[in-house]
Design a protein around this ligand. Sequence first.
Ligand SMILES: Cc1ncc(COP(=O)(O)O)c(C=O)c1O
Length: 393
Amino acid sequence: MDNWQELEKKYFMRTVERAPVTLVKGRGVYVWDDNGRQYLDFVGGWAVNSLGHCHPVVVEAVQKQVAELIQTSNHYYTIPQVRLAQLLVENSCLDRVFFGNSGAEAVEGAVKLARRYGKLRLNGAYEVISATGSFHGRTLAMVSASGQLKHQQPYTPLPSGFVNVEFNNIEAIKKATVEKTCAVMLEPVQGEGGVNVPDDGYLKEVRSWCDEKGILLILDEVQTGMGRTGTLFAHQQFGVEPDIMPLAKGLGSGMPIGAILARESASVFSPGEHGSTFGGNPVTCAAAFATTRYIIENDIPGNARRVGKHLAEGLDRLKEKHSFITEVRGRGLLLAMEFDSDMALSLRKACLAEGLLVNDVKTDALRLMPPLIIGETEVDAALAILDRVLSRI
Ligand SMILES: Cc1ncc(COP(=O)(O)O)c(C=O)c1O
């Protein structure tokens, strides 16, 4: 057999330190490597495999569509994207949709839409206020929007038009709001920043402030959307509605798709002002339609809420037992466990050796984001592995 890991080292740009595992197959909440070893997957394609690996409804939708029509120009109507747009609008507080291919593209498109709104309605305002610890993607503009120095410093000077202010601090947003501000952009729960849940009331205060100032609220639900936190969209738990909402990750259950949803009043693009060659691709849209319909019809957000509670309770028990666990936090099936020292990498490696995939979201925190179809039995199996690993530290 070829040594895939050696070949990767020879040919790839060095953007990631991969775990020494070559995955070849996935079903449900499990993946297998090229030696036939099975792993319980609490990374889930980075919070992407909402229905697990190779869910039959997704496989069937892709197989059917790929044999009919794979790609056309957006100069023509295609059916899967219209069906998906209708389903998303009918199940959200928003009115219009644009499809792209990834989270970064969706969030960047959301910022373009806010800037267009600023030009047309707010005397040319263009600046977007975002939060420290946020993550909005890897394009140059999204690096500038993401309030994390480790992503920004390698690429300075960064595109202008973004100010990063402290997360969970309404006064910081008020202070940063100026004539040229067109929008505030936040993740309802920060994912890559370490699973940070804001205080009750924060998002409501942000919403009121945006209304008072006439500026837009963009809620980046790329990671929190599609049931991940226990409701179809995380903002529903905080009693607020965004003007613009980028989605991606769980939307296609593994097929690459991003979407911008917006209120009618904020949908100010005119023909030719935004676009994407592959955006709205029939195959990815068919997968996303099948995923979204399944999520809604089978109350997958409810499963994320119930099983997420079971997982959180299990993690709380581990916290009682192991004094170096300082906090368990998150919503639904987006959870993190923080430690009193930088032990996340060694824990991640120890879990891998025991057949459990987890993410060291920070040097001192592990993040758990399994498929949303997971049951309590698999959660108990993961908790048993975590307990064994934590007991050895
Ligand atoms: C909230 C949020 N926005 C945007 C992105 C970027 O998505 P992508 O990696 O698909 O470009 C991510 C990715 O982790 C994310 O968590």
